[in-house]
Every structure is written in structure tokens, then in C-alpha cells.
Design a protein around this ligand. Structure first.
Ligand code: SAH
Ligand code: SF4
Length: 370
């Protein structure tokens, strides 16, 4: 970025409210903010000169004071199963990843919220790399903006990306304000116009932030449960030491009062011999008795030196059956994008760790393997 650009405001950072406020501060009417919002997000325009229904004088003004700068894609990999993964440069030797998963009835984009993650879940590749920083709203929504462009989306055509899940790198609720700005844009009819049911935030269970999300922008919620009791969850998902299961379940019930779906999705990674025994399934049934929920079992995706193994398929099937027999809708996630390291928990990007957890600079798994 040139110095001239650095002094400009990146309009990708603004949701509708922030855009209106900024335009008001420039002495411009709210409808101008909406026009520009549409150009940016519906039509993917970055050049103010091309915004033909915006007054010429305003275009010139914007040229001097604003810019539209998405994160730069630095790698684009396509899996044999059609899953597509992008690596985006977010500056200072950090990179984040997004994954597009095409299916017959929908297209899902999985996006990142942070460069790294501070929460250090023991089975997660992102967590093992440490944490660098929160992504800006522009970097979060920029992943959707850029994926639409790279997939060749036509604003008047059928949606290629019909669903967005915040299940990439980072803990979305630890970057609350920027994530909510990006969510607002996903839902805004002048931007992406997705329904709340088609936008999912996945959290490891930061209880106060779950309440804030319920009040600010209640989209569909997935909670990374991964263990049926505190002793085990304290080890696998360390944030549990701060917000134990009884508090997490109560927060799920509160969230459901406003949620767009009448259930919480519990994600449960299947770790061989660790959390995959019949007894664990029975404990889960008791734990979630008062929380309308579905379970999504995720076969563990290995990464170098993780120290865990994936539960064998028959074990996963049996575990699922125990939950199903108790009346809980349970699905097992298909592992997709393995060959480009795009499966859950394999998103490594590139994180310059700022915590004391790791001192080495970790590079992308894809780089390690290729
Ligand atoms: N930080 C958020 C969202 C990102 S992770 C969260 O933890 O919910 C998205 C999902 O992938 C979470 O359920 C996470 O626990 C899971 N996951 C992490 N590492 C994994 C791995 N190696 N194999 C399978 N799933 C994994
Ligand atoms: Fe962070 Fe989620 Fe990975 Fe845990 S599972 S370390 S919260 S990204």
C-alpha cells in the first residue's frame, strides 16, 4: 500500500451503519452510503469511477479519502472433490485461509476470524500455532468478497455461496466487534442478503460473548463441545476451565431464545480412545437433556505431531447410533478437501506467534508437505 492509500479509509471495514455514519460525517446522505455499499458488495466494484449512479463530485471525493482493499490471495488450491482453498496475505508475514465447499444444494464458504488462535485447544492445528492478531472487519468480509469474485459470482445470477460458516482459523467470539460488522454485511440486503439461518458462528464456548451475540446479531450457532464432562473438556478445550459445562449449557439455552434455528449444533471431534467411548456418548445425552440440539461428529483431521488419532469409522458409527437412539439428530461430517489440507482444524495459514506459547515461526501445512 502506498502512503496515499494508507491515509484513506478502507470502506470494506464498514457495515451499513458505519458506512452511513461515515458518509454523514462527510456531509452525505444515507442513500449514498447504501449505493456505495451495493457497488462494493453486490457488484464487487473497487473503482469509484465505475460507480455510475454516484454523483461525479462524490466519486472524486471518495477517490481521495477512501479505498476498497480486500486481502490479497496468495495461493488457490482445488481439491479433487471440488473443495477450494485460498491462502490470503494479511501482512507482516501472516496469512489466513478460507475454504469453499460446493455441494449439490448449497455452496458453503468457511472463513477465518483471527490470524492464529489464543485458545490452544489440544487437537487443533490453528491453536497449536499460537496467536498473532484479530482480523479487521475488512479482512473478514474480504474473504467472502474475494471468494465471490474468484468463483465468478454474478450479482443477478444464482448464488454460488449460499452459506457462510465461521469455522476457519480463530475464535470468532474473541474478535467480537469486527465479526459482528462482518456478519451484519452478510445479512444486509444491500450487501450479501444471506438469511440468519445460513450464517453460522462456531465458538469454543466464550459464555459472555455468546450472550452478546444473541443480543447483537443472533445467527445460527455451533458450539465446539468435544467432551461430555469438565475433567476431559478442561484438557481438550482449555477455555472450559473458565466457562465450565454447566455455564455453557445455560448460555446455549439463553441463545436459543433468539436463535434463527431452534437447536444448537454441537461439534464433537472424534479422537481415538480419548472421547469416543460409549460412556462418553451416554454422558453427552445426560448433559444436553435440556438443550435442543443436533450433533455433528467430526472425524479428527490429523496434522504433524498432534499426538491424536482419528476414531475408526465403525466406532464413530456406533457412537452416533447411541445418540440417535436417544432421539438426538446426529450427523458425521464428511471429510473434504484432505488433499489440499482444507479439512476442519487443518487450516494452518501462516502465523507469527505473539504469545509465549511458541517461539518458532510456523509455516503452512501445505508448504510443509509439498
Ligand atoms: N474457534 C472456533 C471455530 C474454528 S474451528 C471453534 O473452536 O469452534 C472449527 C471446528 O473445527 C471446531 O469445532 C474445532 O474444534 C474443529 N477442529 C479443530 N481442529 C480439528 C481437527 N484437527 N480435526 C477436526 N476438527 C477440528
Ligand atoms: Fe481456537 Fe477453535 Fe482451534 Fe480451539 S478449536 S484453538 S478455539 S480455532
Amino acid at each position: 500500500m502506498t502512503t496515499a492509500q494508507e491515509n484513506r479509509v478502507n470502506l470494506l471495514d464498514f457495515d451499513a451503519q458505519a458506512m452511513t455514519d461515515w458518509f454523514a460525517a462527510q456531509g452525505e446522505k444515507p442513500f449514498r452510503a447504501r449505493q456505495v455499499l451495493r457497488w462494493i458488495h453486490r457488484f464487487g466494484e473497487t473503482d469509484f469511477e465505475a460507480m455510475t449512479d454516484v454523483a461525479k463530485s462524490l466519486r472524486a471525493k471518495l477517490q481521495n479519502s477512501a479505498c476498497i482493499v480486500p486481502p490479497t490471495p496468495i495461493r488457490d488450491s482445488i481439491s479433487t472433490d471440488g473443495t477450494r482453498k485460498w491462502l490470503f496475505d494479511v501482512g507482516n508475514a501472516n496469512a489466513i485461509e478460507s475454504v469453499f465447499i460446493p455441494e449439490t444444494t448449497r455452496g458453503t464458504l468457511c472463513i477465518s476470524s483471527q490470524a492464529g488462535c489464543a485458545l490452544d485447544c489440544s487437537f487443533c492445528s490453528t491453536g497449536k500455532q499460537g496467536f498473532n492478531r484479530n482480523l479487521s472487519a475488512a479482512e473478514i468480509i474480504g474473504q467472502l468478497w474475494m471468494a465471490n469474485r474468484l468463483l465468478g459470482a454474478d450479482p443477478d445470477g444464482e448464488r454460488i455461496i449460499s452459506n457462510v460458516v465461521m469455522m476457519g482459523m480463530g475464535e470468532p467470539l474473541a474478535n467480537f466487534d469486527n465479526v459482528v460488522s462482518a456478519l451484519n454485511l452478510m445479512l444486509d440486503d444491500h450487501a450479501y442478503g444471506l438469511s440468519r439461518r445460513r450464517v453460522t458462528v462456531s465458538t469454543s464456548g466464550i459464555v459472555p460473548a455468546m450472550d452478546r451475540l444473541r443480543d447483537a446479531c443472533p445467527v445460527a450457532l455451533a458450539v465446539s463441545l468435544h467432551a461430555p464432562n469438565d475433567a476431559l473438556r478442561d484438557k481438550l478445550v482449555p477455555i472450559n476451565q473458565k466457562y465450565p459445562l454447566v455455564e455453557l449449557m445455560a448460555a446455549c439455552r439463553r441463545y436459543l431464545e433468539r436463535a434463527p434455528r431452534d437447536f444448537i449444533t454441537f461439534e464433537y471431534v472424534m479422537l481415538d480412545g480419548v472421547n469416543d467411548q460409549d460412556e462418553h456418548a451416554r454422558q453427552l445425552i445426560a448433559l444436553t437433556r435440556d438443550v435442543p440440539c443436533k450433533f455433528n461428529l467430526i472425524p479428527f483431521n490429523p496434522f504433524p505431531n498432534s499426538g491424536y488419532g482419528r476414531s475408526p469409522a465403525p466406532r464413530i458409527k456406533h457412537f452416533a447410533q447411541i445418540l440417535i437412539d436417544a432421539g438426538i439428530v446426529t450427523t458425521t461430517r464428511k471429510t473434504r478437501g484432505d488433499d489440499v489440507d482444507a479439512a476442519c482444524g487443518q487450516l494452518a495459514g501462516q502465523v507469527v506467534d505473539k504469545t509465549r506459547r511458541t517461539t518458532r515461526r510456523t509455516i503452512s501445512l501445505t508448504e510443509v508437505r509439498s
